[in-house]
Design a protein around this ligand. Structure first.
Ligand SMILES: Cc1cc2nc3c(=O)[nH]c(=O)nc-3n(C[C@H](O)[C@H](O)[C@H](O)COP(=O)(O)OP(=O)(O)OC[C@H]3O[C@@H](n4cnc5c(N)ncnc54)[C@H](O)[C@@H]3O)c2cc1C
Length: 292
């Protein structure tokens, strides 16, 4: 397939890029092109103008700060995966990145592009939701911070205004002593998840869950924090009965319809199994003092 006719601009500054975006309601930002270009080739997306941000000053680089990791708009998946300072600060990131597509796609695709694309089965939206992170949007009206749960609104949709560019994403670093785990069920390695679950928790002196964050993707039109399960597991010994209750509270959140890749009942079973396994694994890692 071939895309519809489109224009192409490659601004050098953020102000230029925002002015271009604001002047054409059908313009689209082009980052790594790994989602946008296939969508254009299938004519699922028909932007009149592509604004390529790869030469825009100030959109490169990762900053590992005291309590968060800041990823600017043109950071590729592979940079995020392989950066040793990122891996030291939050080993969960390296673990999650192994599941994002394949290396050639991770070499081109960007972390922020994946957040903006907002596929409800993608790993980066789940990671940002799990960690309680945020993005910074910049447009003609200035900058604003948007929390993950507000940012992802529904299938392939976000709270980003058409004239805004997401300039960075902020991934909070789990507190010291936390254990974390992530896994997903896919038909083949590198495919989008049929169900995915991430867990970050800390244990108290009695080996009970002092804090717990749980999130899932692939089950609804956007990534979800499993708040009912979090409330049930916090303060618990994470025994089988506690996990049963957490799974029971989470299953109604599966709102994906039956489709060729998975039925609703399959996704429910996958979600339940992943919740149990990720909570147990995160707790083992917290106990061993090895976050991954
Ligand atoms: C075969 C294949 C398999 C894949 N498998 C997976 C997978 O298993 N898991 C997964 O998570 N992803 C997968 N992907 C998608 C891949 O991760 C993409 O890189 C990612 O979704 C988009 O990043 P990008 O930089 O390529 O964005 P682009 O394709 O350039 O843009 C995507 C969308 O975001 C917008 N956008 C991008 N950057 C910005 C910005 N800074 N501000 C505002 N809007 C912006 C664009 O306008 C567009 O609408 C796969 C892709 C392919 C081709």
């Amino acid at each position: 397939m071939k895309p519809s006719l489109f224009g192409y601009r490659a601004p050098k500054t953020l102000d230029e890029a925002i002015t271009m975006l604001a002047s054409d309601a059908d313009a689209a930002v082009l980052a790594g092109g790994q989602s946008l270009l296939p969508a254009m080739n299938f004519r699922l997306a028909n932007p009149s103008l592509l604004i390529d941000i790869q030469h825009v000053e100030g959109l490169r680089g990762i900053s590992v700060e005291k309590d968060r990791i800041v990823v600017r708009a043109m950071v590729r998946h592979r940079e995020f995966e392989l950066d040793p300072a990122v891996r030291a600060a939050n080993p969960l990131i390296h673990e999650v990145m192994q599941h994002v597509a394949h290396v050639p796609i991770r070499n081109r695709g960007t972390v922020v592009g994946s957040l903006c694309h907002a596929d409800p089965s993608a790993e980066m939206p789940l990671l940002l939701t799990l960690l309680g992170g945020s993005v910074i949007a910049q447009g003609p009206q200035g900058r604003r911070e948007i929390g993950a749960e507000e940012f992802f609104t529904s299938f392939l949709s976000t709270a980003r205004r058409q004239d805004e560019i997401i300039v960075e994403a902020r991934f909070p670093t789990p507190r010291a002593g936390a254990g974390a785990a992530f896994d997903e069920v896919t038909r083949r390695h590198g495919d989008y998840a049929l169900a995915a679950v991430g867990c970050v928790l800390t244990l108290d002196a009695q080996d009970k869950a002092a804090t717990i964050q749980l999130a899932a993707s692939g089950i609804a039109d956007k990534p979800l924090r499993l708040k009912g399960a979090e409330a049930l597991l916090k303060g618990s010994a994470l025994a089988t009965g506690d996990l049963d209750a957490a799974v029971k509270a989470s299953l109604p959140l599966v709102t994906q319809s039956d489709e060729a890749n998975a039925s609703v009942s399959f996704r429910r079973r996958a979600l339940g199994a992943l919740i149990r396994r990720m909570v147990v694994k995160a707790a083992e890692r917290a106990r061993s003092g090895s976050p991954q």
